[in-house]
Design a protein around this ligand. Structure first.
Ligand code: SF4
Ligand code: SF4
Ligand code: SF4
Length: 332
């Protein structure tokens, strides 16, 4: 087995998952930093479907206890999923994204001697992926959630991200896997938001906490953090079954893709910002905070509904209480 063979086989395996890594050649450097050649070989043998330890032992010929240790080391590095809380867990190689190598190398901050080089390689890959593979899909893979405090009375519980997070049953918080690589790769050219803004939930959260990638929190703490992130100008995104991201326009791969190409990479929420023009004092705070420049201010603020994501970042800092979210009018 040569080193080249192991990483090429890994690339081949991951290219079966859309969006194929063929769009982002810089992933190879992420592989070289995330896996030893032996680990890359083992990841390919474990595969992406989920297998028991005995099957892996049979396939590799590696003695059970030694194998278990190797797989655990990989889980600590974020490259091997081990179903948490099970006596005889499933093992599977972690994919590229959602969650995958695009995230796990940054979760838990700088933890290994190779972390700094890895974060720089991740940043390069994330930008290539965000500006090429992601827009090429032609449909959004990430959804914006309105901040709960700004929701109108007719909002359903299924439209409230805090309510949906409750169903996950387990909560943790970790380092933002776009922001940390951006900070490390481009010192002096990044945002000044908090770093610990990824809420990782349910089984995914347990796996992350067990392997040093996240910190356990209570549901109430998760809800308080959500509110703080909104006040700090961050946009809630993703899927409360497993993760709620809190994104900024400077670092988030989705905003990078949106800004670079204008492509439909973020699914807007079902709500839109409305301005009470009588109350508005034209202070422009909402325009300064909006991550997609959807607000123009002259005598009063005006929202471009076509651009507005319905995130509610403009909501908490309007001292005139002139901003609210309303249900987005149906198209056509
Ligand atoms: S998608 Fe948003 S919160 Fe998630 S890792 Fe990227 S910037 Fe951070
Ligand atoms: S923050 Fe409020 S008062 Fe200021 S411009 Fe926006 S809507 Fe008007
Ligand atoms: S105007 Fe901007 S900040 Fe306000 S909800 Fe729309 S996208 Fe979010």
């Amino acid at each position: 087995m040569t080193t080249k063979d192991a990483y090429e086989k890994l690339a081949e395996m991951f290219s079966q998952i859309p969006p194929g890594i063929a769009y982002a050649p810089s992933i190879m450097e992420v592989f070289r930093l995330q896996y030893t050649p032996e680990e890359a070989d083992l990841a390919v043998k474990v595969g992406l479907k989920g297998v028991k330890l005995d099957e892996v032992a049979k396939k590799t010929g590696i003695e059970r206890e030694k194998l278990k240790k190797m797989l655990n080391t990989m889980a600590d590095k974020g490259t091997m999923w081990i179903t948490p809380g099970e006596q005889d867990p499933n093992y599977r190689a972690v994919g590229i994204g959602g969650p995958g190598l695009i995230e796990t190398g940054a979760w838990g901050n700088i933890r290994f001697p190779h972390s700094v080089a890895l974060l720089k390689a991740m940043h390069k890959f994330q930008h290539e992926w965000a500006t090429r593979a992601l827009p090429a899909l032609g449909f959004p893979t990430n959804r914006v959630w309105p901040t709960p405090a700004a929701l109108p009375d007719d909002a359903q519980p299924s439209e409230n991200v805090a309510e949906m997070m409750k169903l996950a049953g387990y909560w943790s918080v970790s380092t933002c896997s776009c922001r940390l690589p951006h900070w490390v790769a481009e010192p002096g050219n990044h945002c000044s938001h908090l770093l610990e803004t990824c809420l990782i939930l349910g089984k995914m959260g347990r796996w992350c906490v067990q392997h040093g990638m996240a910190r356990e929190i209570t549901y109430d703490e998760a809800v308080k953090l959500l509110q703080k992130f909104n006040e700090d100008g961050l946009v809630h995104t993703y899927d409360p079954n497993w993760a709620v991201c809190n994104c900024c326009a400077d670092c988030c791969v989705f905003f990078v893709g949106l800004k670079a190409t204008g492509a439909n990479v973020l699914q807007r929420s079902d709500f839109v910002a409305r301005i009470d023009t009588e109350a508005c004092t034209a202070c422009a705070t909402c325009a300064d905070r909006c991550p997609v420049e959807a607000v123009a201010v002259d005598d009063f603020a005006v929202v471009d509904e076509g651009k507005c994501l319905g995130c509610g970042v403009c909501f908490p800092t309007c001292t005139a209480e002139a901003v609210s979210l309303e249900r987005r009018p149906k198209a056509g």
